[in-house]
Design a binder for this molecule. Structure first.
Ligand code: NAD
Length: 364
């Protein structure tokens, strides 16, 4: 593949936030909606996950223009029985539906000790760790299984060369002290998220070894086939049969169980990014106690960190620590590669912003 040096500019988080808010408002979003979208996208960049950062905005603009993503729609309760909640996403911005559904689950877990929440038919809910963090701030444990439908499958099952499911993320958040995570595991079940292949393509860089198959089922480092029409190749599920198995369970728990869209071919694939999610939100006070959990987590994680390092490793991190470090490193300046920047400018003007407004917000 052609390898070009990636050009990267930096922006303050506030500048990027303002660009997302202004673009959403140009499409008609109310202030809270625009703010929730910007909070999550910029939050993902700050956490080091550019794949789910402001680079998603062009996809959202196209989806609004195509009528697949509904501005100013909200989550509604479809079923409510005891500790079980089924929430309809109504094709709303996932940042709105995810926020509202997670809030409802937190409130229910406060009352009943645990809430089982199914969210279906929401547009892209982005970085799932964002919802894990919302629970953590409320002192809640959460376990989240998510599928991705509405578009062609991306990931090959173990032993297969053709894609059959999405990057189906799993997120487990454990609260520590002061609203901070003790640990936050948030991962795609593919070795790399599709957005990371998109970022590599935009930067003209190869993807890491062992992450992609080409159209013939051979391992490749060239991300371009994934963006051809029709698509050539597939992402590889992490952890061989075990990761592939977990991805399959995300499809069955995250979507089939909640009545959401799976990637069974009977469902329309119009290029949308539709997420369904099964969340188990647990109030630690219903089992041990918040303080008890935080104290035991500290004790265990201190022991974990005391392990001698394996050959070739310079440090041992707890899930969630890489994101915390990225936040510290990026607090004042978030890198945005040139390809993403170009797409952001186009998205702004498609949303209705004038050239002057785009230039005023993004420079150049
Ligand atoms: P990743 O591989 O960068 O990290 C996965 C997890 O491993 C994180 O919890 C991280 O803290 C932890 N981790 C990373 N390096 C570590 C280390 N050296 N030691 C210990 N722990 C470490 O993440 P990913 O799998 O590329 O996923 C990226 C994002 O994509 C996630 O936020 C996920 O929610 C999101 N995603 C969303 C969708 C969707 O449809 N909405 C689909 C797929 C992925």
């Amino acid at each position: 593949m052609a390898h070009t040096e990636a050009v990267t500019s930096t922006y303050s988080p506030e500048q990027l936030h303002q660009y997302v808010v202004t673009t959403c408002q140009a499409m008609g979003s109310e202030t809270l909606e625009a703010t929730l979208v910007a909070d999550q996208l910029v939050g993902a960049n700050l956490a080091g996950h550019d794949s789910h950062g402001v680079g998603m905005l062009p996809t959202y603009v196209e989806a609004v223009r195509g009528g697949r993503l509904k501005v100013n729609h909200h989550a509604t309760v479809a079923r409510d029985s005891g500790s079980v909640l089924l929430i309809e996403g109504n094709w709303a911005f996932g940042q709105v539906a995810g926020y509202e559904a997670t809030n409802l689950a937190i409130e229910r877990a406060r009352e009943t000790g645990v809430a089982l929440m199914g969210l279906r038919n929401s547009f892209h809910i982005g970085r799932i760790g964002h919802w894990g963090e919302q629970c953590i701030r409320a002192g809640m444990v959460s376990i989240n299984f998510v599928n991705v439908a509405g578009h062609e499958p991306l990931v090959a099952p173990y032993g297969g060369s053709e894609p059959r499911f999405g990057t189906n993320p799993v997120c487990i958040g454990i609260p520590g002290r002061d609203g901070q995570p003790a640990a936050l595991l948030d991962m795609a079940t593919s070795v790399i998220a599709m957005g990371k292949a998109r970022v590599a393509k935009l930067k003209g860089e190869p993807v890491p070894e062992g992450t992609l198959l080409d159209g013939e089922g051979r391992v490749t480092r060239d991300p371009n086939g994934m963006f051809r029409h029709p698509r050539e190749g597939a992402l590889i599920a992490f952890g061989e049969h075990k990761g592939s198995g977990l991805a399959i369970m995300c499809e069955l728990l995250g979507a089939a169980l909640v009545g959401g869209l799976t990637l069974a071919p009977k469902w329309e694939r119009d290029g949308s990014a539709i997420n369904s999610m099964l969340s188990i939100v647990i109030d630690p006070d219903s089992l041990t106690s918040r303080d008890g959990l935080a104290a035991e987590a500290d004790a265990f994680l201190d022991y974990l960190r005391s392990s001698a390092l394996r050959e070739g490793f310079e440090e041992l991190l707890v899930p969630g620590e890489p994101e915390q470090r990225a936040r510290e490193a990026r607090a004042a300046a978030v890198p945005v590669d040139d390809g993403t920047l170009r797409e952001l400018r186009v998205a702004g003007s498609k949303a209705g912003l004038s050239e002057e407004t785009v230039a005023g917000l993004l420079g150049g």
